[in-house]
Design a protein around this ligand. Structure first.
Ligand SMILES: Nc1ncnc2c1ncn2[C@@H]1O[C@H](COP(=O)(O)OP(=O)(O)OP(=O)(O)O)[C@@H](O)[C@H]1O
Ligand SMILES: [Mg+2]
Length: 260
């Protein structure tokens, strides 16, 4: 198992935000963490990232305990927070360069790493523009690019499509599906079952765990010929995804073990 969440509990005073949450995720799977507002989704993923200290339980990712070795966990995860966390007066490229340095991406590969994530989220042509001039959907895509900078084994996304229009949402979901198809493990929180179904249109095996309703889906297994992909380009025009973007996704996964 790549991820094991064991009896994870968080109490804020008298409020129990997460109560004995328990699940595991095999490598390569897309895992949906579903629940309504206030269910404890953000609290749970924050504990998994080491941002919130659990009141009880543990999280083991790639063999490392978040309690005993949080730095080792952070090296193998990418995090896309619910609230867009970018510097608005910096350009997308400046933001990505800053976050890459924060994540200790080696200086000699930093520029190519930034190029790669810009290609994956299809915003290379707008990289020099200040983020404050971006649409909401474009900010969300750069937020995802930040999560990809360290080439994570596990990408944790906390409601990455909130507040974006259907075209941008489609673009984001297609990009994530491609990353998953190429082998990246995803943990995806959402209010919407349909978003999880998008990743894995096979019959679900559902489990109830702790105070969160979790639904687990098998990794999607689309053959290229049967996939219908349409994404929104940064210019707002509806296009099929560029071959470059899809190739970048593939290269990204294949180069994981070599360059991490
Ligand atoms: N730092 C905190 N201090 C006190 N209470 C908190 C804190 N963080 C979260 N909570 C509470 O924990 C509960 C779960 O919140 P959380 O943000 O995890 O829910 P969520 O499932 O992510 O909701 P949403 O879908 O609205 O994002 C809520 O009642 C919230 O008020
Ligand atoms: Mg939340």
């Amino acid at each position: 198992m790549l991820v094991e969440v064991k009896d994870l509990t968080k109490r804020f005073g008298k409020l129990t935000a997460a109560n004995g949450v328990h699940f595991s995720i095999p490598a390569g799977e897309a895992f949906g963490l579903l629940g309504p507002n206030g269910a404890g989704k953000t609290t749970t993923v924050s504990m998994m990232c080491g941002l919130v200290v659990p009141s009880g339980g543990d999280v083991v990712i790639d063999g490392h305990s978040i309690l005993r070795d949080p730095m080792a966990v952070r090296r193998v995860i990418g995090v896309v927070p619910q609230d867009v966390a970018l510097y608005p007066t910096l350009s997308a490229r400046e933001n990505l360069t800053f976050f890459a340095r924060m994540q200790d991406v080696p200086a000699n590969i930093l520029a190519s790493r930034v190029d790669a994530v810009l290609d994956i989220v299809q915003l290379a042509d707008r990289q020099k523009d200040r983020v404050e001039t971006y649409s909401g959907g474009m900010k969300r895509r750069i937020n995802i690019a930040v999560g990809l900078l360290n080439q994570p084994k596990l990408l944790i996304l906390d409601e990455p499509t909130v507040g974006v229009d259907p075209q941008s949402r489609n673009s984001i979901l297609e990009t994530l599906k491609e990353l998953n198809r190429q082998g990246m493990t995803l943990l995806y929180t959402s209010h919407y079952m349909e978003e999880v179904e998008f990743f894995a249109p096979t019959s679900p095996s559902s489990t109830m765990a702790g105070s969160l309703q979790t639904a687990r889906r098998k990794t999607c297994d689309f053959r290229p010929a049967t996939r219908t992909l349409s994404v929104c380009s940064s210019s707002g025009k509806l296009t099929t995804p560029s071959a470059t973007a899809l190739r970048r996704c593939r290269e990204w996964i294949l180069s994981n073990s070599a360059t991490r």
